[in-house]
Design a protein around this ligand. Sequence first.
Ligand code: AMP
Length: 302
Amino acid sequence: MNVAPSPAGRPEHPREVPLIVADDRAGLLKAREALGIGAGASVGGSALALVPTMGALHEGHRSLIRLARQRAAHVAVSVFVNPLQFGPNEDFSRYPRTFDADLEVCAAEEVDLVFAPSVEDMYLPDRQVGVSAGRMGSIVEGEFRPGHLDGMLTVVLKLFNLVQPDVAVFGQKDAQQLAMIRRMVADLNLPVSVVGAPTVREPDGLALSSRNRYLSPEDRVAGLALSRALHAGAGQRTPAEIRRAALAVLAAEPSLAVDYLVLVDPATFTEVGDGHTGEAVLAVAARVGSTRLIDNVTLTLR
Ligand code: AMP
């Protein structure tokens, strides 16, 4: 059958080639060959876009996959729960793992390649070298999750080296993660173009997260205070008013344990002063029951 290529070089018709699943470098090289991806970008656009995930895929991930499809002829999704980015008392062992359902989501979204390595595939038992997130890795999220941003950057760099994407898509939901990845790409001259994607929310405002499935109905109601607080802050004018309005909403929800509420520069994640104009990120992290939630919104201050 003849199928017309779309502007990105993708057939307009449903997939005729099955989803390829790889778990190591050899599998990835074979997959690139099967997809006809050579070294470097294809003529007239990017050859491969990567969407890194930890699985338990939801509508937020799906929106990233759709954005990736607009940016490249082929889309790869990685599914890897990265032990390096979890602290000793965090939820690595109970993090949801739903690989079969994830494959179905990827097939439905016409993903070309799923990269799902095991921990042993990814890390040598005596590994020594990793990425340091620098000073930016020890503020805001980094203050409450020491080592998290180092571990996240290390796995993202490894994924870039293994999958060799031209484009990588990350959610604004993890705003400091996105800022740090942009920083790493600039500081280390990585040949990947980073695309940020907007946060997908439930109709009542709760940002989608793989961790939402841990929330009891009561926890979920309490968790709604995060997006409400951001909304209240976004309605104000000055940094002081923004912080005050958002904190007042959080304080009214007694079952939330707030880690931080900050108004920061989107690129550096340092707190903005009262005279700040331009973009700023209002970011919040709080625990409800045994679940930790994060959320943020980008504001323009005049
Ligand atoms: P995770 O699987 O939680 O590590 O997330 C994988 C990617 O999906 C990251 O780039 C996240 O920022 C992004 N993501 C997670 N939740 C959402 C959401 N609600 N909307 C958009 N992107 C999201």
